[in-house]
Design a protein around this ligand. Structure first.
Ligand code: PLP
Length: 419
């Protein structure tokens, strides 16, 4: 058989498999990185409040006040988020909300070091390491912030590109970073990347790193990744106000009923609080107390996350096993094997991702739209697909990934044959 005949036979087999897949009438969802019911059950103890609703210092938590959040809870997360307790605030139920507010506050009032409010600048831009998190891009798009893609490497964003862009253009006011087990490719920033981000010279005096450490404790392997302390390094490098740290317990306790964290320099915190004091009389401290009682301390948090890993690691293994079995030597796809976080990035031949996602949808397998991992939903190479394996049960996940592999075989062989 010639190579072309071989490829045609492969394509025809894939078409037959695909027709059978469609005929099964599946209804499977791999779109968003949500904890599964089994994971949420791990935190059921959170629903119970033991003893009196009082803080360690005797404050009655049923009442107004306490804008900074419960010190006991900030102490539990301080180590994981690498922010000293007195520089870490415990807020509401969503870190995305805090990132959104940080942008809006910066647009409407001068951040420390700024010459003017961002809304008064002729143009502002954020660097967006790609692939990245679509909801970061959504905030920028909503407020007219130009997004400049920067390629990711195995060590984090390509720092040669980042350093050049921030040095030459004062319109570049920020960068989105998910430094540990990044969404979606699971990259852990190297110490050198963190050091360069903290120390680089920026044309904008009010440049900010949006350090979204959403997966700080979400290890899949027995060897937790460590990252360098960006807040300390920026301070050492003479840029104490450069970093906004965000954290979240959404994927630790309950997504939607957890606690979000904001950490930064004293000057930034003062600026932040000058807004939040007008916005709210304080966070839900009863929920924060329940988190303290449930998690206990940093070791309790680690133990709880080990239980999460025991539930979701097998799902990541299923994705790897099925893709290896069905596409392993095909040369039609490659995928990440992250050591933590919530996602697997699947890379297909150029020009195929959109078509693969559409074919999967037609077969009842919902995936995150192709392009969502890039600013404006536009990936020019059209080759990245984000897989979120945590929510489905293992049997469903196996069927969904096998179906996805079929779609890839069909679309990629067709593309090779017909261009
Ligand atoms: N940041 C990243 C990188 C995420 O992947 C997610 C959720 O998927 C969030 C933030 C959302 O966090 P929260 O639920 O605290 O708003």
């Amino acid at each position: 058989m010639t190579a072309k005949e071989e490829l045609t036979a492969q394509r025809d087999r894939a078409r037959q498999d695909y027709d059978e897949l469609v005929a099964r009438g599946l209804k499977l969802d791999l779109t968003r990185g949500k904890p599964s019911p089994d994971q949420l059950d791990l935190a059921l103890g959170l629903l119970e409040l033991k003893g009196e609703p009082k803080a360690a210092d005797g404050t009655d938590l049923r009442n107004y006040g306490g804008l900074n959040g419960l010190p006991e809870l900030r102490a539990i997360f301080s180590e994981a988020l690498q922010v000293p307790v007195d520089q870490l605030l415990a807020a509401g139920n969503s870190s995305l909300e805090l990132m959104h507010d940080a942008i809006v506050f910066a647009l409407l009032s001068k951040v420390p070091g700024a010459e003017r409010r961002w809304v008064e600048e002729p143009e502002i831009a954020f660097l967006c390491p790609v692939p990245g998190y679509d909801r970061h891009y959504g905030i920028c798009e909503r407020y007219g912030i130009k997004m400049i893609p920067v390629p990711m490497t195995a060590d984090g964003p390509d720092m040669d590109v980042v350093e050049r862009l921030v040095a030459e253009d004062p319109a570049v006011k920020g960068i989105w970073c998910v430094p540990k087990y990044s969404n979606p490719d699971g990259v852990v920033y190297s110490d050198e990347t963190v050091r360069r981000l903290a120390a680089m010279e920026t044309a904008a005096p009010d440049f900010r790193i949006f350090w979204d450490n959403a997966y700080a404790v979400h290890h899949l392997s027995g060897e937790p990744a460590e990252i360098a302390d960006v807040l300390a390094l920026a301070t050492e490098a003479g840029h104490p106000d450069r970093v906004f740290v965000f954290g979240s317990s959404s994927k630790i306790t309950f997504a939607g009923a957890g606690v979000a964290f904001f950490g930064s320099s004293p000057a930034n915190l003062k600026w932040w609080q000058s807004h939040t004091v007008k916005r709210s009389i304080g966070p839900d401290k009863i929920n924060q107390l329940r988190h303290v009682q449930f998690l206990r301390d940093a070791d309790g948090l680690r133990e709880h996350m080990a239980q999460h890993a025991a539930v979701i690691r097998p799902k990541f293994d299923i994705v790897d096993k099925v893709l290896t079995a069905e596409l392993g030597d095909s040369g039609l796809a490659s995928w990440t094997s992250p050591a933590g976080g919530y996602f697997i990035t699947l890379t297909v031949p150029e020009g195929c991702a959109g078509e693969v996602v559409a074919k999967a949808k037609a077969a009842g397998i919902a995936l995150t739209p192709a392009g969502a991992t890039h600013p404006y939903g536009d990936e020019p190479e059209d080759r990245t697909i984000r897989i979120a394996p945590t929510y489905p049960d293992p049997a469903e996940l196996e069927v969904a990934i096998s179906g996805l592999a079929t779609c890839i075989r069909l679309v990629a062989t067709d593309k090779l044959l017909n261009g």
